[in-house]
Design a protein around this ligand. Structure first.
Ligand SMILES: Cc1cc2nc3c(=O)[nH]c(=O)nc-3n(C[C@H](O)[C@H](O)[C@H](O)COP(=O)(O)OP(=O)(O)OC[C@H]3O[C@@H](n4cnc5c(N)ncnc54)[C@H](O)[C@@H]3O)c2cc1C
Length: 411
């Protein structure tokens, strides 16, 4: 991305002030990585939420069920000399002046890191209806805990990753659960039909009703009305229809945003403006490995990207970012993991019976592994991830034999 700004002139780091906006996984990890990599300048982490920075994956799992009180990161910010400014929303940025605008006045930076994550998409018209919930923040999870504890009848809108995880927790809590999904199957945007189809049965096995081809027409207190006229009683409604980058505050800043309103970063995670980086759910980057721009809304990306940002801020050993994306999901008693990135044209090779408890799917491009989905087969995932990284040609015959380790497919 030659048009991206190349302002990497070494400046004595002790005099520099790095300000990170967004105190979620990517923001916290950037601050920590700066210190781990020896940055001696000032580091300030500004977050809109009032809570001590916390991890999101437990929100749809242990926190929701009350098995964990919270999920605060185990980071000693004081010992690392990281200044935390919580409960402070940043409302704008003026890159030419190296200045942020916030609810409590302007703030200067030498280097800025954008890590504002994503915000859940709301179901239009439901904003003010009582009993309609989202699941993104600790506050959301805390609002939902008593709903589960009271074993209310719940309608989940959207059979994606969050919808499936929430439905799992709600069933475990003893709630009656109906999941309404506009597409013809779960995870329609994420996985091909033949792979997602076996997952539909998981809902029924767990005692949740999955209604596909079902569009929400209207939500009213106590019920969800579908476009086929069905009225589904709902003690609570949980909307899980996706998330979009939290970048509204960048409008007018001159920082380039992409088609999904994400911050467009280059392969060193620099934005279009000097001294401004972007990382995590709020951004996209060009993947050299996959030959396309990726916007990854998963935890591992918010863990790995910050190391690249920190290295490039310090500037002694500049780094490019070209990960094999990875994520996991815990749903209906199954551990689902995915590594890589595949396209419709890639060759699908099954390992095991998708009706069974554990199976995997591999995607090959010119005999090389580009993606692997593992259900209850963590070893396939671990080996597959390495095989994707190495890019060695594989024997599809061996891959299709689930009794043999995936790594045995190396020719
Ligand atoms: C319920 C749930 C479960 C998940 N489970 C999994 C899982 O099992 N596996 C997996 O791989 N991924 C999972 N994810 C995704 C993963 O948590 C995210 O990819 C990760 O949190 C992204 O980190 P981030 O720091 O980029 O963004 P976020 O975690 O969204 O953090 C961004 C922070 O920036 C703050 N902010 C936003 N705007 C401003 C502003 N203008 N000023 C100041 N602060 C601002 C926000 O308040 C937020 O705290 C889950 C996500 C959720 C919501």
């Amino acid at each position: 991305m030659s048009e991206q700004t190349q302002n990497q002139a070494p400046v004595p780091q002790a005099g520099r002030h790095v300000v990170i906006v967004g105190a979620g996984m990517a923001g916290v990890q950037t601050a920590v990585a700066l210190r781990e990599q020896g940055f001696t300048g000032a580091v300030t982490l500004i977050g809109a939420e009032p809570h001590q920075p916390y991890d999101r994956p437990p929100l749809s799992k242990a926190v929701l069920l009350g098995k964990a009180e919270g999920s605060a990161f185990d980071v000693d910010f004081e010992a690392l000399d990281i200044t935390l400014e919580l409960g402070r929303e940043v409302t704008g940025v003026r890159p030419a002046e190296h200045t942020l605008d916030t609810a409590t006045g302007p703030a200067r930076y030498d280097v800025l890191v954008l890590a504002t994550g994503a915000e859940p998409i709301r179901l239009p018209g439901t904003e003010d209806i009582p009993g309609v919930h989202l699941l993104r923040t600790l506050d959301d999870a805390e609002r939902l805990r008593p709903v589960l504890a009271a074993q209310r009848d719940i309608v989940v809108v959207g059979a994606g990753w969050i919808g499936a995880e929430f439905a799992t927790a709600a069933r475990e809590a003893g709630c009656a659960v109906t999941v309404v999904e506009a597409a013809e199957r779960p995870l329609a945007g994420a996985l091909p039909e033949e792979v997602a189809a076996p997952m539909a049965a998981w809902y029924a096995d767990a005692g949740a009703e999955l209604r596909t081809h079902a569009r929400v027409e209207h939500v009213e207190p106590g019920a969800v009305l579908l476009d086929d006229g069905t009225r589904v009683p709902a003690g609570a409604v949980v909307v899980g229809i996706g998330a979009r980058p939290a970048t509204g505050w960048l409008t007018g800043s001159g920082i380039t945003l992409g088609a999904h309103r994400e911050v467009v970063a280059d392969d060193r995670l620099r934005t279009s403006e000097p001294d401004v980086y972007a990382v995590g759910d709020c951004s996209s980057f060009p993947s050299g490995r996959y030959g396309e721009r990726l916007m990854v809304h998963h935890w591992d990306n918010a863990l790995q990207g910050p190391r690249t940002v920190a290295a490039n801020i310090i500037g002694e050993s500049p780094a490019t970012y070209d990960p094999v994306p990875y994520f996991w999901s815990e749903q209906f008693g199954r551990f689902v993991q995915y590594a890589g990135h595949h396209a419709a044209a890639d060759t699908t090779v099954w390992r095991g019976d998708p009706q069974g408890a554990s199976w995997s799917v591999c995607w090959l491009r010119e005999s090389r592994l580009v993606g692997v989905l593992a259900v209850g087969r963590p070893r396939d995932l671990a080996q597959g991830r390495k095989l994707i990284e190495s890019g060695v040609p594989l024997d599809p015959q061996v891959i299709s034999d689930p009794t043999r380790p995936l790594k045995a497919a190396v020719g």
